[in-house]
Design a protein around this ligand. Structure first.
Ligand SMILES: [Zn+2]
Length: 289
């Protein structure tokens, strides 16, 4: 999420676990095991029932984030297993610390290698990151003027590496909302209603992939991806021109397809159309810049 301070990025991230599917029994056991091993389980709490939400500060060390130590101990990404890891002010994090997230983001596990042994911890988490649109924070904010130069903005954005951005499925702008608009807004969907939509979409995926090891769209790769995200003629043209214009990588191309499939599932649409695809492409905002 890219947006000025006070636009509600943190609030959105904190609410995310409340719209994710309810933790299943086996997921709960896996996450509880990590907390239990680290002595982080509250007395009288045998099992975690909520998806975890972790938001480490940007001064965190590599080991604190991904795990480490002479006797390897899990880090924040494992405490976020089956839940959400929120990194606020992403460009403030040490760049090397962010780079070590790449492998766990792909694999859902983290392997810590030592001279003689290597230890693997579960780390299947949803990464949510937030950043300001420029060093002062007020670019695109109608309430205040931004005096950052193009060079300063470029330098700021460049703190996030391309390969990390490439691994982020949804890149979106969170605009500044004037207070009157916020307070006068009609009530939108509640978390419970949104969770219902999410669970409906997941149910469609479970049914679609029933005969395979796949449980959700995020796990679609190579052949199953092409099979289940087949595009009609206009959609193929749209994707081809977007890939060329935005310079999308092969990884981003596949992410767009999976995300389009998810947009269609949330709508309850059986067929993937150019409208779904266009929405998924719009979420590659930072590739565009
Ligand atoms: Zn600025």
């Amino acid at each position: 999420m890219v947006g000025p301070p006070g636009s509600g990025k943190t609030m959105v991230a904190q609410r995310l676990p409340t719209i994710l599917p309810t933790l299943t029994a086996s997921e709960s056991i896996e996450t509880t095991r990590i907390y239990s091993a680290m002595g982080r389980l509250d007395a009288g709490q045998p099992l975690l029932v909520q998806r975890p939400f972790r938001s480490p500060h940007h001064t965190i060390s590599d080991a604190g984030l991904v795990g480490g130590g002479s006797i390897p101990v899990p880090g924040e990404i494992s405490l976020s297993h089956h839940g959400v890891l929120f990194l606020d002010e992403l460009p403030e994090f040490n760049r090397r610390t962010l780079e070590v997230l790449r492998q766990p983001l792909e694999d859902g596990v983290v392997t810590i290698s030592r001279a003689l042994t290597s230890t693997t911890f579960p780390a299947d988490f949803m990464l949510i990151a937030a950043m300001n649109p420029c060093p002062c924070g007020y670019r695109s904010d109608p309430r205040r003027e931004c005096h950052c130069s193009v060079l300063q903005i470029e330098r700021y954005m460049a703190k996030i590496s391309g390969p990390l951005l490439d691994r982020i499925d949804i890149q979106m702008e969170v605009p500044a909302v004037p207070f009157q608009e916020l307070s006068g807004l009609p009530t939108g969907s509640s978390s419970a209603e949104m969770r219902e939509q999410v669970e409906q979409a997941r149910k469609l995926q479970v049914e679609r992939y029933a005969s395979t090891q796949i449980r959700c769209n995020a796990q679609l790769k190579s052949r199953p991806l092409r099979e289940h995200c087949a595009l009609d003629e206009p959609s193929q043209r749209l994707l081809k021109s977007s890939v060329e214009q935005l310079g999308l990588s092969a990884r981003a191309h596949d992410k767009v397809l999976r995300l389009a499939r998810t947009v269609a599932d949330v709508e309850g649409a059986a067929k993937l159309t150019a409208v779904h695809l266009q929405e998924a492409i719009n979420y590659r905002m930072l590739d565009r810049q």
